[in-house]
Design a protein around this ligand. Structure first.
Ligand code: SF4
Ligand code: SF4
Ligand SMILES: [Zn+2]
Length: 271
């Protein structure tokens, strides 16, 4: 397997991956979405709520707020040694909120949540939770836990985890009449006219829609669009809970563990 990093920042990573088959790529994609744990608020104790929103709606909104996650410092509740319904310091983080509209109507933002662990805080402090009218109050205690996207989307560490085939475009100059129909129809502006010839401007933008092939008046079409075997462009966009490269690393560890378990179970069956 060969990996080339095309771009990487705090929340996004774009890679070219070569030398693997589709089932492996799909397993990594699905594990990234459904199995890599992240932190999210799972329970809320409402101490005072005189806003017009019901407790359940506020709790739901709090749950969907992405939280920065420390995978090395916390256990999944089901794996934690405490095995307690209420959790312990190794599987639960408490966040509190105490807001009041003293002057007039105001918005309560995620940044007002105070966490007992400064590493487990909302990814953005500008997410609106609710509005309070003058005199209204909201006071609560929220408990965040690690969880998996397969149980609830709030635990999904990614907003995008996808791959596409690596495109291959050829325009043989013999049969092409340079009519530019393929350039005009391309929704991704992949093609351009350069020195009176069709040229590929941005190959990786191609989504293999085949519009250019269908638009070509030549029979057979002068433009040829294919994909490279066992080569992909993968894009992982984190919610901010974990760095995107960590999500991929965790996905490979989880896949490895699952395959070992599968192997063990096969051995048991054979005996
Ligand atoms: S296949 Fe679609 S995206 Fe790719 S070059 Fe042709 S028209 Fe553009
Ligand atoms: S549509 Fe076909 S003939 Fe026209 S420029 Fe494109 S490849 Fe050439
Ligand atoms: Zn615990």
């Amino acid at each position: 397997m060969k990996i080339k990093v095309l771009e990487k920042n705090e929340t996004n990573i774009r890679l070219i991956i070569r030398g693997v088959d589709i089932p492996l790529m799909n397993a990594l994609r699905r594990i990234g979405l459904a199995e890599v744990p992240s932190m999210a608020i799972d329970e809320v104790v409402m101490i005072e709520n005189s806003s017009i929103l019901q407790d359940e709606i506020i709790s739901h909104r709090l749950g969907l707020n992405p939280l920065k996650t420390d995978l090395d410092g916390y256990n999944l509740p089901e794996d934690c040694s405490c095995q307690s319904e209420f959790g312990c310091n190794l599987c639960r983080v408490t966040l509190t909120l105490d807001a009041e509209a003293k002057e007039g109507t105001r918005t309560v933002y995620s940044g007002e949540l105070i966490s007992e662990n400064p590493n487990i805080v909302p990814v953005s402090d500008k997410v609106p939770i609710l509005k309070l009218a003058k005199g209204q109050k909201l006071k609560l205690e929220a408990y965040a836990r690690l969880g998996k996207g397969k149980n609830h989307a709030k635990w999904q560490p990614v907003s995008v985890c996808a791959y596409k085939y690596f495109p291959k475009i050829e325009v043989p100059s013999k049969s092409c009449e340079d009519c530019t129909k393929c350039v005009d129809i391309c929704p991704k502006k992949v093609l351009t006219m350069k020195e009176n010839k069709i040229d590929v401007r941005d190959l990786l933008a191609c989504n293999l829609c085949m519009d250019c092939v269908e638009a070509c008046p030549q029979k057979p079409p002068a433009i040829k669009v294919e994909w490279e075997k066992n080569a992909y462009v993968m894009n992982i966009e984190s919610t901010g809970a974990l760095p995107p490269e960590r999500i991929l690393q965790e996905a490979t560890k989880i896949l490895d563990k699952q395959l070992k378990e599968f192997e063990e179970q096969l051995k048991v069956k054979e005996q």
